[in-house]
Write a protein that binds this ligand. Structure first.
Ligand code: PHE
Ligand code: ZN
Length: 853
């Protein structure tokens, strides 16, 4: 129903208002009679008063449900129903609640609750989707034992826990572990399994399955190996064993996010689990391995110990991201993983933390919780745990985690609970450290050095700029890992962690023979912006000598950024000294090819825009683009003589394997091809495209051909070859926009939205095109506003169908105040146009409101 009336201001939920639910649930029995248009859900729930809760009316969440009947202790009742849920008079003691509702999964385009994707039924309940399935206290602190019966003629019927009875047209499932409703899941469809088995360290056999649509069986083997590695790793590193007889993973084509950790029944966006060498890049393989691990690790950090309320989201997400990062570091190269993570953090979390959407790792209020599945909660949340581990040490960290699992198993816990186990395990007072959870914004850290009479000192000053609702910040605990290098490049003081706690603090190093060069924030030990006046010579020295691989890379990155700054603001030539240093490093065959490939990838254009803004210069996207192009061209020319040798080093003769070693070589090969293409106009790329037998090389060749404006035939061939594969077609759509020349990106995106295969209701496809546009920095920011307009048009359109995905993509506008007045006007107008849309969702209303405020 459309309604043109002005929107009512959405209600804000506050952490400080937390109150426990008035009842506890002994058990829940659900029966699903599946039908696309009229599924019946029968619920039987035993409620008993919660002695720990204040008196309250009996309220159950429920949205978009048609109540057929409700009964209490067998007697029919007529609850009072609103669009949020129902209230009902209930007995003083325990009682049995029964309800039957009807829902229409086929009409569910928001992909929240029970919905259909390619003829299969599936669910997504986090955060608040269960209320679209039946009336229920849909909050994570209400935990219950679920028994589920599914009635349907479809061959595969799945839910959480262990399988029970099954027969013609039905299957039953019982989950012995108490869980909140957001971990409920159901899947029904014509699916095939890729089966395997895992024996836990205590000798229990677990049946593992990856369920896919027929035809995708060949894309499961890698995910299955990743799952088994994750299970083993969690036993070995965290002492955590799996706790059910089965573990099921299902691949779904229509999914808002990456994947979901439902107890015993993880549901994955098919892009995050299906893989084959022909259709997936090395990057896809690594990401799939990490996401499978992530969801599996949630079984303990999220499911066995869950969150008391959604403000505590980082309790499970920050910790689980930290764990999956550790896992990847163990499976692959630890330094390369760290650099990848920091690139991601700087590209996605820093802009958030330094703009209108800034919020604490543990937010204190929200309108729509779906808007808080952010880089801050996830990635900064993981950084906070990394800092904690650095501060207390690996041993104390392990001890604290054991205590956490012991004490809170079965709980819906809080950040206070989490910090308390560290305080008890270590005797430390973490009250100041806790500011990392409550203060938004990226701390700025200034470091000044002094050298007098053989004593070297560092003066460290910290301040965190204001963020929305937080004008003043107190000093945080910053673990600053520092090493000192002597004039000949030897490490004279190995890495030590300075604990910065004051606004200004001085640290001294004595007994040094000569003035050292500091290597600061090694391994990116704290998620801060380091502000320090350093000479190019000093950075070049670190690039040549630093023993910390992260800082060595970062020194190069800073030199590249400085060079680009000079090129953009003073029309300077590329920094030849930096290119010299880079060349020496890349020529060093003792270094991992993956690491050298990272060295060759320059800062992103949005990172440069951020840097200019921080240095008081209004970023001009076209100027940034052309400077980046000039630098890349200069680099290619400088490396010309080295390319054949590098290409030989990058070549892989063994059969394709997506492991760290081979992917590192191919990453170096892609960097070489990108330089080569700038020299030969696309000749080598065409050859690679024609010869490629894996997606990594096929796609890297296609990327270069697009950049060289020579991709017409390749794009057509690629389309011919892959039009039947949805995941590969997402790449085809995304790359044409993402790699397009800035002047054309918006037009190409607009044209692709008219393509037959542009299924805009599929989040992956929508994101490929419109997200691809947002990622093409100069293309999105085209001076005439075409990029802004196209994105806004589509977000407005998507809002009616899928508010969650639409709202997430609003963040493309979060940096709007960085740019010049004309662009600001254009972006403000588009944001206002979104804000004025009739029936704007709460999701989008909140995002646009925050971005504009
Ligand atoms: N909890 C999921 C994860 O991080 C993410 C998710 C959130 C998925 C909300 C769907 C909906 O693993
Ligand atoms: Zn997660």
């Amino acid at each position: 129903m459309k309604d043109a009336a002005p929107q009512a201001a959405a209600e804000t939920v506050y952490l400080k208002d937390y109150t426990p639910f008035g009842w506890q649930i002994a058990d829940v029995h659900l029966t699903f009679r599946l039908s696309p248009t009229a599924t019946r859900v029968l619920a039987r729930i035993h409620f008993a008063p919660n002695p720990g809760a204040p008196k309250q009316d009996f309220f159950l969440h429920g949205e978009e449900l048609r109540l057929i009947r409700a009964a209490i202790d067998g007697t029919e009742v007529t609850p009072e129903i609103t669009d949020k849920g129902l209230t009902c008079a209930v007995p003083d003691g325990p009682f049995l609640w029964e309800a039957e509702v009807e829902i229409a999964p086929e009409a569910n385009t928001a992909l929240e609750g029970l919905y259909m994707s390619n003829g299969m039924y599936c669910t997504q309940c986090e955060a608040e989707g269960f209320r679209k399935i039946t009336y229920y206290p849909d909050r994570p602190d209400v935990m219950a034992i679920f028994t589920v019966r599914i009635e349907s003629d479809l061959p595969v019927l799945l839910s959480n826990g262990n399988p029970g009875d099954r027969g013609a047209g039905f299957a039953e499932w019982h989950d012995p572990w108490r869980k909140p409703a957001y971990l409920f899941a159901l899947v029904a469809g014509d699916l095939v399994a890729h089966p395997d088995r895992f024996r836990t360290r205590s000798g229990k056999d677990v049946d593992l399955n990856i369920w896919v649509r027929p035809g995708d069986e060949g894309k499961c083997a890698f995910g299955m190996e990743a799952l088994k590695k994750s299970m083993r790793w969690d036993e070995e590193e965290y002492g955590r064993e799996y706790d059910l007889d089965v573990f099921n993973i299902v691949a779904v084509d229509d999914f808002n996010m990456g994947a979901m950790e439902n107890k015993g029944l993880n549901i994955f966006n098919s892009s995050c689990v299906l893989a084959s060498p022909e259709t997936s890049t090395d990057g896809n393989f690594e990401r799939i391995e990490a996401i499978i691990a992530h969801e599996y690790f949630h079984n303990w950090t999220g499911n066995r110990i869950t969150c008391r309320d959604w403000f505590q989201l980082c309790l499970k997400e920050g910790l689980t991201v930290f764990r999956d990062q550790q896992f990847t570091a163990d499976m692959r190269s630890a330094p390369v993983k760290r650099i990848d993570d920091v690139i991601m953090l700087r590209a996605r979390q820093f802009p958030e933390d330094q703009g209108p959407l800034a919020h604490p790792v543990r937010p204190e209020s929200f309108q729509e919780i779906n808007n808080f599945y952010t880089a801050t909660v996830y990635e900064k949340g993981a950084e906070v745990i990394g800092m904690l581990r650095t501060l207390v040490g690996a041993e104390a960290y392990a001890k604290a985690l054991d205590l956490y699992f012991d004490r809170h198993d079965g709980d819906a816990a809080t950040i206070e609970d989490w910090l308390r186990v560290f305080e008890e395990a270590t005797g430390r007072d973490l009250s100041q450290f806790k500011r990392w959870y409550s203060q938004a914004g990226t701390p700025r850290v200034q470091v000044d050095e002094d050298w007098t009479d053989g004593t070297y000192s560092l003066t460290v000053r910290q301040h965190t700029p204001p963020t929305p609702g937080q004008p003043d910040k107190a000093p945080q605990v910053i673990p600053l890992a520092v090493g000192l290098l002597g004039p000949n490049g030897d490490e004279v003081v190995p890495t030590r962690v300075l604990e910065v706690t004051e606004a200004e603090q001085r640290f001294e190093f004595t007994g040094l023979g000569a003035r050292p060069v500091p290597s600061l924030n090694r391994g990116f030990s704290a998620p801060i912006v380091l502000e320090r006046e350093t000479s190019r010579a000093e950075r070049a020295f670190l690039l040549a000598h630093d023993t910390d691989p992260f800082n060595r890379w970062d020194a190069s990155r800073e030199l590249a950024r400085d060079s680009l700054f000079e090129m953009i603001t003073k029309d300077a030539a590329p920094d030849g000294d930096w290119l010299d240093g880079l060349q020496r490093l890349v020529a060093d065959t003792t270094l991992d090819p993956a690491y050298r490939a990272l060295m060759l990838s320059g800062p992103s254009q949005s990172e440069l825009a951020q840097m200019l803004h921080t240095r008081g210069v209004t970023p001009d996207p076209d100027a940034i683009w052309s400077a980046a192009e000039r630098l890349a061209q200069a680099t290619a020319e400088r490396f010309a003589d080295m390319l054949p040798a590098l290409a030989r080093e990058a070549s892989v003769s063994a059969a394709y394997a997506p492991d760290a070693e081979q992917s590192g070589k191919r990453a170096l090969g892609s960097a070489v091809l990108s330089m080569q293409t700038r020299l030969d106009g696309g000749y080598a790329a065409e050859a690679q495209f024609a010869a490629a037998d894996n997606m990594t090389q096929q796609l890297s060749a296609l990327t270069q051909l697009i950049r060289a404006d020579r991709a017409k035939a390749a794009l057509a061939a690629f389309y011919e070859q892959w039009q039947g594969d949805r995941l590969v077609m997402d790449k085809w759509f995304g790359l044409q926009v993402g790699a397009a020349a800035p002047a054309r990106a918006a037009d190409i995106a607009a044209e692709l939205t008219g393509h037959d295969l542009f299924d805009w209701k599929n989040p992956n496809r929508f994101r490929a095109v419109l997200g691809g546009l947002a990622m093409n920095h100069a293309g999105f920011h085209r001076a005439d506003g075409a990029g802004y307009r196209l994105l806004a048009d589509w977000l407005i359109r998507l809002d009616d169908l899928n508010p969650q995905t639409a709202a997430r993509m609003c963040s493309a506008f979060q940096t709007w105040t960085r740019y010049d007045a004309d662009r600001q006007d254009l972006m403000r107008a588009e944001l206002q146009r979104i804000a004025d849309k009739p029936n704007l969702s709460r999701d989008m209303g909140e995002m646009v409101g925050r971005i504009l405020s």
